[in-house]
Design a protein around this ligand. Structure first.
Ligand SMILES: Nc1ncnc2c1ncn2[C@@H]1O[C@H](COP(=O)(O)OP(=O)(O)OP(=O)(O)O)[C@@H](O)[C@H]1O
Ligand SMILES: [Mg+2]
Length: 317
């Protein structure tokens, strides 16, 4: 049985400016033990899908189940299986960190949880903040508390909606070590993030949402090798010829242009030479997930990739 199953989930919000379709027939399954990434630009529908999974919002049509428990008909059982780190910082300002975690344990009927709470605090770099009032914490520390709150009842399925937004580099590394350990111990993880290098390093499979639709779904390794797999990167102060400017990804002085094979590499280089573009620090490298993501998002005819039957066959070590 799948850990999480989305079946033809659609969601229409009724806004003052008329109906807004945030999700269109989204279907995919996440298997037990998977580390699954849900990616997409702002407004693609990621948080909407997670809110429906969490029972905070109702799908207009379709079904969602967690370990077989329907999130509407069998809400309490489904919710117990889930630990959700929300995108928005919501917290009760009146409690200390430890009190907040004890109260959250109580919601799930977990008693005598202080050993696990101490382990969470230690692993999330919060040990010295246990008695601090929530109001006294910085934004990044509040986010750490949200992660701890999501994990108090040791849920089999951990859902993280941009857990590293506004979090410093050191905690990002600590957080990922901890989540990766929980994943190795058997917890299923669903992650949304705009840090694509994190998704590339952590996720076994990735679904990409665009305007509420799944436009790609595959093993991370297959996504990386399937599309433009070579990138030319260089620095220049000169304008690119129009044929290249249209396809290049430019960040300040750095230009990146995809090339499918050696002949395309040669064509790019000769176009640069022909237009007298002075190139520094030229590198030819493999496309990363950001390249693949941008290519899929720019492609109006992006195919829906077929789901591979054995997602855990190729697990990054
Ligand atoms: N409560 C709401 N009422 C009306 N429209 C909403 C509501 N929540 C979200 N939307 C709209 O639904 C669409 C999807 O939003 P959602 O928050 O799911 O996107 P997202 O993929 O999580 O984006 P981000 O990366 O910015 O977090 C957007 O167009 C958003 O404006
Ligand atoms: Mg969101």
């Amino acid at each position: 049985m799948s850990a999480v199953s989305f079946q033809q989930v659609s969601k229409t919000y009724h806004t003052s400016r008329g109906p807004l379709q945030a999700l269109r027939e989204v279907s995919f399954n996440i298997e037990p033990g998977e580390f699954f990434g849900l990616l997409g630009p702002n407004g693609a529908g990621k948080t909407t899908l997670i809110s429906i999974l969490a029972g905070l919002s109702r799908a207009t049509s379709g079904r969602v189940a967690v370990h077989g428990h329907d999130v509407v008909a069998d809400y309490a059982a489904a919710r117990r299986q889930l630990g959700i780190v929300p995108q928005e910082l919501v917290f009760d300002p009146f409690f200390s960190v430890r009190e907040a975690l004890r109260i959250q344990s109580g919601y799930f009927g977990v008693r005598h949880n202080d050993d696990w709470i101490d382990e969470l605090l230690a692993n999330l770099g919060l040990a010295d903040k246990a008695n601090a009032n929530m109001r006294q914490l910085s934004g990044g520390m509040k986010r750490r508390v949200l992660v701890a709150q999501a994990l108090v009842h040791r849920p089999p399925v951990i859902v993280l909606d941009e857990p590293t937004a506004g979090v410093d580099v050191e905690l990002r590394q600590t957080l990922w070590q901890f989540i990766a350990r929980l994943n190795r111990e058997g917890h299923t993880v669903l992650l949304t993030t705009h840090y694509l290098e994190e998704a590339e390093a952590l996720c076994h499979r990735i679904a990409m949402l665009k305007a509420g639709q799944v436009v790609a779904l595959d093993r991370t390794s297959a996504l990386l090798s399937g599309r433009a797999s070579t990138m030319l990167r260089f620095k220049t102060d000169d304008p690119l010829p129009p044929s290249l400017a249209d396809v290049a990804r430019v960040t300040g002085r750095i230009a990146q242009i995809k090339a499918h094979d050696a002949q395309e590499v040669e064509e790019v280089l000769s176009a640069l030479r022909l237009h007298g573009v002075a190139v520094e620090d030229l590198e030819i490298g493999r496309a990363d997930l950001e390249d693949v993501f941008l290519e899929i998002m720019q492609d109006d005819t992006a195919p829906v990739f077929l789901d591979h039957p054995s997602p855990l066959e190729e697990v990054p070590s």
